[in-house]
Design a protein around this ligand. Structure first.
Ligand SMILES: Cc1ncc(COP(=O)(O)O)c(C=O)c1O
Ligand SMILES: C[C@@H](O)[C@H](N)C(=O)O
Length: 365
């Protein structure tokens, strides 16, 4: 597909900045787009998107939600029945660090955050090590849900590990949720089908507004009984949408047209990985898909300076993560390299010691 420069061409803070293409926008206003009230399940365009994503993932049912945060939180709330209970997940999980404590407020849940012993992805052994069995000990909040994230920081979780964890969850009677905000990226990187990935989970949250370029939305998939109850929590939390056909028509075209474009972003990321390797600039995490994390702590590079140098080279950067998407321009990618190299060179004479955890996201309120 020919490259069309958009306002996101120099945006590397996140793939959430992808913007609707003209054809995505047009779909929202098309005469074929229905305007039914989706709270009454009467919007055919929305029902069609939900069925489409359910078919892609091999699940019985789909539920459109306005965000990945809402989709994740109502999924876990639906799985959790009676506190005290807890959720077992990777310590980097979005549901744990970036959903404003939703697990505590909506689900009254504790979280057992797990650090991968291999430093890359959580294994069954890591989860078992942190599992809280429901053996009647009244001191504890037993594990009832395991939540994985694929990709997590852009890292693709090996399918064999997913299979092991899924089998163990079934043995232990635990529900298994996937934050699949960027599962599309794992699918494109590995060639493993969305259906295969999703077959091991009770529920999956898929984002349409990251990398795919839909302006709004996620789809939560699972059994019909599950999505019906999740819809109840969606409505409870203000997620009921009236004429959502305008949004779901755009999301449907975004899937069709932009899914193949994810390979463009992943190629940019691999190019950046090679560039960093050439200059012996360390990575914090391996590059599997569209994210490149520079180990600025190890390199003693200042992320504030990096963001400033980004402005100098007309690219938007945030923290130590470089998030690529198909709407980035080749020129902007080269400008990111200039900013990174200048920041690295500065660190050689002005080493910067980071104190405390490095926060990636900076959102001006
Ligand atoms: C892994 C992951 N899950 C969930 C979300 C939440 O999505 P949203 O920003 O639409 O709430 C994000 C945000 O981009 C994310 O990166
Ligand atoms: C900001 C954060 O919620 C978003 N998930 C991102 O990766 O950019």
């Amino acid at each position: 597909m020919p490259f069309t420069k958009t306002r996101a061409h120099n945006e590397f803070r996140s793939d959430t900045f992808t913007v609707p293409t003209p054809s995505v926008l047009a779909a929202g206003m098309a005469s074929t787009t229905t305007l039914g009230d989706a709270v009454y399940n009467e919007d055919q365009t929305t029902l069609a998107l939900e069925a489409k994503v359910a078919a892609i993932t091999g699940k019985e049912s789909g539920l459109f939600a306005v965000s990945g945060t809402l989709s994740n939180q109502i999924a876990i709330r639906t799985h959790l029945l009676q506190p005290p209970h807890s959720v077992l997940c990777d310590h980097r999980s979005h549901i744990y660090i970036d959903e404003a404590g939703g697990l505590a407020t909506l689900s009254q849940a504790m979280v057992s955050p797990v650090r991968p012993t291999n430093g890359i992805y959580v294994t069954l052994e890591d989860l078992i090590e942190n599992y809280i069995p429901d053996h009647g000990d009244i001191h504890l909040a037993p594990t009832k849900v395991v939540s994985l994230e694929n990709t997590c920081n852009g890292i693709v979780m090996p399918l064999d590990e997913i299979k092991r964890i899924s089998a163990w969850c079934k043995e232990e009677g635990l529900k298994l949720h996937l934050d699949g905000a960027r599962l599309w990226n794992a699918h494109v990187a590995t060639g493993i089908s969305m259906r295969e990935y999703c077959s091991y989970f009770d529920s999956i949250s898929l984002c349409l507004s990251k990398s795919l370029g839909a302006p709004v939305g996620s789809v939560l998939v699972g059994t019909k009984q599950f999505t019906c109850k999740a819809n109840h929590f969606k409505k409870q939390n203000g997620g009921g949408i009236r004429q959502s056909g305008i949004l779901t028509a755009m999301a449907s075209v975004a899937i069709d047209e932009n899914l193949p474009q994810l390979a463009v972003a992943q190629a940019y990321a691999k190019d950046m990985e090679r560039f960093l390797e050439q200059h012996q600039i360390a990575l914090e995490w391996p590059v599997h898909t569209n994210f490149v994390f520079i180990d600025t702590k190890k390199m003693k590079m200042s992320t504030d300076l990096l963001e400033e140098l980004g402005k100098k080279y007309d690219v938007n950067l945030m923290g130590n993560r470089i998030a690529f998407h198909f709407q980035n321009s080749p020129e902007a990618v080269e400008n990111v390299k200039k900013a990174v190299l200048e920041c690295y060179q500065d660190s050689l004479t002005n080493p910067y010691d980071v104190r405390g955890a490095l926060r990636t996201y900076k959102i001006d309120n």
